[in-house]
Design a protein. Structure first.
Ligand SMILES: Cc1cc2nc3c(=O)[nH]c(=O)nc-3n(C[C@H](O)[C@H](O)[C@H](O)COP(=O)(O)OP(=O)(O)OC[C@H]3O[C@@H](n4cnc5c(N)ncnc54)[C@H](O)[C@@H]3O)c2cc1C
Ligand code: SF4
Length: 486
């Protein structure tokens, strides 16, 4: 049986035997249909071709317009690990490919279903604790290591006052002949009319298992200790801070997440990193990443179109085109430039700068999910649904989170160094220098007052809204600002 490996199943753990015959398909139609970030297209093709080169004669590597054209050339029976999208699952079924359990996640679908059955709410924290016990991760007998399950409260430090974090940056991959070939092909495709977003640049993310393993080792040795406390901080001059930059290789299937979990735990047990760093990182992997993955299937095919806040505005051109230079607001301009130049920013810029702005302005959640999917090097359909539609846009009215991630300039000012050099003032909601996030926050609450009524976590801000003497003027000011670049 030949194993069909999709382009996000490229690590050794997707094979049963090291010498198993493999099929790899490179479909150009994928890039014709939608405009992906140039660096994302580069990374995916580079990873696929590096895998083909590693496997040599063991791999049948087909470059065709569509998957079906490639499949028509294969005479042997095929099997595959469960893919990561409904479309790919449909393709495998219609092509008669034998499908095995998914790999590349810590928990199996059966384990998630057994946990979810009969629960009224599917809270991340409950799932996370369940997986810790199930896989015996950071456990001392039946109790959590250090006596606490979750050290999040210790992990919300604002950025260091001197504007820098004292950790070495992640080592960057060295491009090779395969990358040069990919770049030449993408240039040619662009000349033929294929459209990409963002800017080209040196490849910043691992394209092989060896590169990914090296980044993981470096992260655990040099950066993990600082990961916890500064997880939520943002610095204009340091986009990485102590984040792992492992989402792209994890989502390409180059690394098995349980290996990353075991390495982080071993570093804690050996006394090399504090519990807050190891626990924070492990929670991202066995909590958030697996939870988001299972929710993609659990929430169903219609969930991505959920829109309970009736947000119907289209994404404005400047945002769709990643035109950071059109934006004056320092935080949004810098984060949008990060997407344009790298196809990556860390979690808080995604949630509290990009997502928060879209939420406040009432942009259509499904369009925003598509934007994230195409423009981020780690963006895949499965990871969009709960992160963008649910968590960041609250389009399900609270199935995943207890309140919308809407915040004004005070939060961004506390967690970043952006506001000092911004033409807007985070404290002001009215006037020429009113912070668009601060004013947008009140306009958002006002617009959704009825829909959010009864949410206990919003009771206080909604009461405050009623006491704002200048509310009408703020709402009118924001109606006028609309979706223009702030
Ligand atoms: C609006 C929005 C969009 C997002 N889009 C993506 C995306 O396209 N792809 C993606 O992998 N993550 C996405 N995330 C989750 C998270 O922001 C990224 O995984 C993280 O920023 C990647 O950087 P890192 O590898 O340095 O992560 P770290 O901060 O070092 O975290 C470690 C790992 O935990 C995992 N992780 C943490 N949080 C999540 C989460 N919420 N969902 C899934 N995995 C998580 C990732 O694999 C990540 O590599 C999104 C979050 C939001 C709010
Ligand atoms: S003042 Fe407002 S717009 Fe400017 S950087 Fe701060 S939060 Fe962003």
């Amino acid at each position: 049986m030949r194993r069909w490996l999709f382009a996000d199943q490229l690590g050794p753990h997707f094979l049963d035997e090291p010498d198993q015959p493999v099929l790899l398909i490179e479909s150009k139609a994928v890039f014709r249909r939608r405009a992906f970030h140039r660096q994302k297209a580069h990374l995916v093709l580079s990873a696929l071709r590096h895998r083909a080169a590693e496997l040599g004669d063991q791999a049948l590597h087909l470059r065709t317009e569509t998957y079906r054209e490639a499949l028509a050339q294969v005479r042997e029976p095929l099997d595959a690990c469960h893919p990561t999208s409904r479309a790919a699952r449909g393709l495998l079924r219609s092509a008669g490919v034998t499908v095995h359990e998914p790999r590349g996640f810590v928990t199996s679908p059966g384990q998630f279903t057994a946990w979810a059955q009969g629960r009224r709410s599917l809270r991340l924290e409950d799932f996370y604790r369940h997986v810790r016990v199930l896989h015996d991760v950071l456990m001392d007998g039946g109790a959590p290591a250090g006596g606490r399950w979750n050290l999040d409260a210790d992990n919300r430090e604002p950025p260091p006052a001197d504007g820098r974090l004292d950790v070495p940056p992640p080592p960057m991959p060295v491009e090779d002949d395969i990358d040069a070939q990919v770049r030449a092909d993408l240039d040619r495709w662009q000349d033929e009319g294929v459209v990409f977003t963002g800017r080209d640049g040196p490849r910043l993310f691992p394209a092989t298992h060896a590169e990914a393993a090296a980044r993981l080792r470096h992260f655990v040795t040099h950066r993990l200790a600082a990961f916890g406390p500064y997880e939520d901080a943002m610095l204009a001059g340091d986009p990485w801070l102590a984040h792992s930059m492992l989402s792209a290789p994890l989502n390409l299937g180059l690394l098995d997440p349980i290996d990353a979990v075991h390495r982080a735990e071993a570093a804690y047990r050996a006394g090399h990193v504090p519990l807050a760093g190891a626990e924070g990182f492990i929670r991202q992997l066995i909590g958030w990443r697996d939870y988001i993955w299972h929710l993609y299937w659990h929430l169903g095919a219609r969930y991505p179109h959920t829109n309970r806040l009736a947000a119907r505005r289209p994404l404005p051109r400047w945002f769709a085109d990643l035109d950071a230079d059109a934006v004056q607001a320092h935080c949004l301009s810098d984060v949008l430039a990060g997407v344009r130049d790298r196809g990556w920013v860390h979690h808080i810029p995604r949630l509290m700068v990009l997502g928060n702005y879209a939420l406040q302005r009432g942009w259509r959640p499904a369009a925003l999910a598509d934007w994230f999917h195409r423009n981020f090097v780690d963006g895949y359909e499965w990871v969009m649904t709960a992160n963008v539609v649910g968590m960041s846009q609250y389009a399900d009215a609270g199935a995943i989170t207890t309140k919308p991630y809407a915040a004004g300039g005070a939060y961004l000012n506390r967690m970043s160094d952006y506001c000092g050099s911004c033409p807007y003032d985070p404290r002001r909601r009215l006037g020429d220098d009113a912070c668009p996030y601060t004013a947008g926050y009140w306009a958002f609450l006002h617009r959704n007052r009825q829909r959010l009524h009864g949410n206990v976590r919003l009771a206080q801000p909604l009461r405050q809204l009623d006491r704002l003497a200048d509310l009408d003027a703020v709402v009118e000011q924001e109606r006028h600002r609309g979706s223009r670049a702030p």
